[in-house]
Ligand binder design. Structure first.
Ligand code: CA
Length: 499
């Protein structure tokens, strides 16, 4: 590790662990943000806005699947499903072998994507739910968001699909930087056709409650296509277009599908196609395969809308998933251990790829470790906008563009707070290079794995008579992080009054 990095990391942890810093964090959060600025010097990652001149700012489409496992794309090894449209994105750009969700469950990863921060630092250590007694997050109103910053940079911003970062102001999509919201606010829907959650309708167009008909995946596909076509950029010499300033603004479309999250409800014709093609396939698996293939078809339509609108050459498309596949739904996490909800690789490591014609090499691959929170500064840099300095995320745009980038040196932290058997406590992991230390149940002994030698996390080196020195190093880092984040408020204001 470079000395500079080590010093700045210590400074980060020292500041994190002071009572004053924790108190400031509890009150407003920016106190911690200031500390985090020490964590990694900007110069090291070159997160400057200079990559993209403002005249050629790209449109940006960020597609997020919900609970898609590491092995559930044909391009990531699946043998029993066909995802030609996502595979085309993989083939047309750069794919990642070690891309990680910030959390093995939904809401924290979404908070990280939009803020570039560890989710526990912006008040979302666990799943945000309707009931106060089972909700584990409240997005800090002070946290700056990616759409906010893109708006400032002249972008039109839209989210189509699943929000899951709050049910009321000040945490509605339109409050947090999106010009347009078409989708649902909640954590999930119990029926892809009625879109209800506990009998309630959380579907909205901006702030208006709507009750559209159709499968949620089809609706989100259609609304995304409609949005993209509305952004069609003007043909040269088109006088009408000149009068419309909006038409010239680049767009940021965030498309978080709720597929393939349960309930596993594919359209009947997709299921029939899978059953016919794969004789003997288990019905539960067949339904999940069909739901994924249905989403893949939708993504194909959205990508086609970009091409048909003449925007393909100047659009950055990123695809990933918010957490690993759900084993209860017969998801395939490839060779990785376990799945959604756990701190093992199957819960955290997700497929990811990015295309940008002429900028990102087709068919390129990287083993660089990156997190979903890193999407924020990456996208801002691609847009020619400067990322905030007080975030933990770092841009990986140089890697995407095939340029040299210093190796990843951060200690990367993962936490999840939950009720039930977790009793409101957290499970956690810290990763540094090939080393990963984790605790998958509150109070359980720490487990240590060497991911290079043991990617399936079969041999717990913490239990060995002679532990590698990395155990103590990682345990100390994790301990500092957990202590420092302990005081950060995550309850809703209504919950706080009761305490
Ligand atoms: Ca999820």
């Amino acid at each position: 590790m470079k000395r500079q990095d080590k010093v700045s990391r210590r400074a980060f942890l020292r500041r994190l662990s002071t009572g004053a810093a924790a108190a400031a964090v509890a009150a407003t959060l920016p106190g911690l943000a200031g500390c985090a600025a020490d964590a990694a010097p900007q110069a090291e990652d070159a997160t400057t806005p200079s990559e993209t001149p403002s005249a050629t700012r790209p449109n940006i489409l960020l597609i997020l699947a919900d609970d898609l496992g590491y092995g559930d794309l044909s391009s990531y090894g699946a043998k029993d499903l066909r995802t030609p449209h996502i595979d085309a994105l993989v083939a047309g750009g750069m794919s990642f072998s070690r891309f990680y969700a910030n959390c093995p469950v939904c809401a924290p990863t979404r908070a990280a994507i939009l803020t570039g921060r560890y989710p526990a630092l912006v008040g979302v250590p666990g799943v945000i739910r309707t009931g106060d007694n089972k909700s584990w997050g409240y997005l800090a109103p002070s946290a700056r968001t990616l759409p906010d910053m893109l708006k400032q940079a002249g972008y039109d911003t839209a989210i189509v699909g699943k929000w899951h970062l709050g049910l009321a102001s000040p945490n509605l999509p339109n409050d947090r930087g999106f010009d347009l919201f078409e989708g649902f606010l909640g954590d999930m829907m119990q029926d892809y056709y009625s879109h209800r959650r506990d009998g309630k309708n959380y579907m909205r167009r901006n702030r208006e409650t709507i009750d559209p008909k159709g499968h949620a995946t089809d609706l989100f596909t259609q609304w995304s296509c409609d949005y993209i076509r509305s952004r069609k950029q003007a043909a040269p010499g088109d006088a009408d277009a000149d009068a419309d300033a909006n038409i010239k603004r680049p767009f940021f479309l965030y498309l978080p599908y709720n597929a393939p999250h349960f309930p596993i409800q594919p359209p009947r014709d997709y299921l029939e196609k899978v059953l016919k093609r794969q004789p003997g396939i288990e019905m539960k698996r067949a339904k999940l395969v069909a739901l994924i293939e249905h989403m893949d078809d939708g993504i194909g339509k959205v990508v086609a809308a970009i091409k048909d609108s003449g925007l393909a050459d100047n659009t950055l498309v990123i695809f990933t998933s918010d957490n690993g596949g759900d084993l209860n739904c017969k998801a395939d996490n490839g060779p990785l251990r376990s799945g959604k909800g756990t701190m093992y690789e199957g819960g955290l490591r997700v497929p990811a790829c990015a295309t940008w014609p002429g900028r990102i090499g087709a068919g390129s691959r990287t083993d660089r470790v990156a997190l979903t929170m890193d999407l924020m500064p990456t996208i801002l840099q691609a847009a020619g906008a400067k990322a905030p300095e007080n975030i933990e995320a770092r841009s990986f745009l140089p890697t995407l563009l095939g340029k040299p980038q210093p190796p990843e040196t951060r200690y990367l932290f993962f936490t999840r707070r939950e009720g039930g058997k977790y009793k409101g406590k957290t499970i956690e992991a810290v990763m540094h290079g090939q080393w990963k230390l984790l605790r998958n149940l509150p109070g359980a002994p720490l487990e240590l794995y060497n991911l290079n030698e043991d990617p399936q996390e079969k041999t717990n080196l913490a239990a060995a008579a002679k532990r590698p020195k990395q155990y103590n190093e990682l345990a100390a880092e994790l301990d500092h992080y957990l202590k420092a984040t302990k005081a950060i408020e995550w309850r809703r204001p209504s919950q706080r009054k009761e305490k």
